[in-house]
Write a protein that binds this ligand. Structure first.
Ligand SMILES: Cc1cc2nc3c(=O)[nH]c(=O)nc-3n(C[C@H](O)[C@H](O)[C@H](O)COP(=O)(O)OP(=O)(O)OC[C@H]3O[C@@H](n4cnc5c(N)ncnc54)[C@H](O)[C@@H]3O)c2cc1C
Ligand code: FES
Length: 336
């Protein structure tokens, strides 16, 4: 058990078999982070005293300059004994439901498209979460936890459901799709993430999902549809895929009370010239273009949630900034 002291906050917390940022989050502190897998760099801290090593070797977000300045990634750094660090804590990063490590048994695996499958796990102990949050999964034989967002809602936290897109030759997705059978268990750590549903926000909701970004947007739409505080609000859901066989999510929204009245689904494909797209009657283009075309100057009236690959998240952010949507109304995860 190591003691971590944050010099600029006058705070101490314990870290046992954990990374520094995750131990801090578990202790209820607002340690900055985003991806939890060493890709975004949001969790950087300065090591003043002590020694750390990385769980994930050579995490992509760390630069030579960081190393020279003794800056480390909190989500990947494990302490060797007591450490003193410097990091700006922020209340916005405090977790409502403190993350914990649990086991989960696979109880169902259901195909959503040709490459997205929903995996449902029953947890060894309840772990509630906010709609839109994610967990770190440890598939058997895979080094390092991989982040996946839940698609169900998490008031009880008895089950966590994930919609996962198979990555060709991907290490974690191959293990989950091909080597995990119903009835088998694996480790989970969560919930994490700041792109959760803001029930207190008095605005209509726009959910933008690209590819594997389906899961957290379905969770947000489900929770928003059930929320008493949001019952007068419209929910627009735009899903973007490459060709018609990628398009999904509509059946999940159709199950929600208010579908077709205050809940609306729109699909877009980005490769309309593909032979398989012949006869496609929906929208064409990338989700950010479709959202801009549909809502234009009204975008700033929405609370906007989005998830997908970094290129999509960057394009959506740029479009929303241009449309003068305040940063506080944008909530997103980039799927590195
Ligand atoms: C916050 C967040 C939420 C996500 N939610 C979803 C989701 O709901 N559905 C979905 O399909 N995908 C989601 N992803 C993407 C997912 O985590 C994986 O990147 C993706 O499934 C590829 O995994 P792979 O191992 O099969 O592919 P690979 O090509 O083998 O691995 C690619 C990715 O794995 C990660 N990685 C590689 N090595 C390590 C390591 N040692 N430790 C930690 N990470 C490592 C890196 O991020 C890398 O980009 C999410 C990602 C993030 C960051
Ligand atoms: S949270 Fe640590 S690199 Fe993204």
């Amino acid at each position: 058990m190591a003691k971590i002291t944050i010099t600029n906050g006058g705070i101490e917390f314990e870290c046992a078999d954990d990374t520094i940022a995750r131990a801090a989050t578990r202790a209820g502190l607002g340690f900055p982070y985003e991806c939890n897998v060493g890709e975004c760099g949001n969790c950087r801290f300065e090591l003043i005293e002590g020694e750390v090593s990385y769980v994930r070797q050579n995490p992509p977000a760390i630069t030579e300059r960081d190393a020279q300045r003794k800056r480390y990634l909190g989500c990947q750094a494990q302490p060797h004994g007591d450490c003193t660090i410097k990091v700006p804590l922020r209340d916005a990063y405090k977790s409502k439901h403190l993350p914990k490590k649990v086991q989960g048994e696979l109880i169902a695996a259901i195909d959503v498209t040709h490459d997205i499958r929903e995996f449902r796990f029953r947890l060894s102990q309840p772990a509630p979460f906010l709609a839109g949050q994610y967990a770190l999964l440890s598939p058997p034989g895979v080094d390092g936890g991989r982040a996946y967002s839940m698609c169900n809602t998490g008031e009880t936290g008895a089950e966590w459901h994930f919609q996962i897109r198979r990555v060709p030759n991907g290490v974690a997705t191959t293990a989950i799709f091909d080597r995990l059978a119903v009835g088998e268990s694996m480790g989970f750590d969560g919930p994490y993430g700041m792109a959760y549903l803001r029930e207190e926000a008095p605005r209509d909701i726009l959910c933008l999902a690209g590819g594997s970004g389906l899961s957290p947007m379905v969770s947000i739409a489900r929770a928003a549809a059930a929320s008493e505080a949001l019952k007068g609000r419209s929910i627009h859901f735009i899903y973007g895929g490459r060709t018609p066989r990628d398009v999904c999510g509509q059946t999940m929204l159709q199950e929600l009370a208010g579908y077709g009245e205050r809940i609306h689904y729109h699909a877009a494909i980005s490769m309309p010239d593909d032979p398989s797209a012949a006869g496609w009657a929906g929208e064409t283009g990338f989700v950010h273009d479709v959202a801009e075309k549909m809502f234009g100057e009204h975008l700033s009236e929405f609370e906007v949630y989005f998830a997908g690959p970094p290129l999509m998240a960057q394009a959506v952010t740029k479009m929303l900034i241009k449309a003068k949507v305040p940063a506080g109304q944008m909530h997103f995860d980039q799927f590195y």
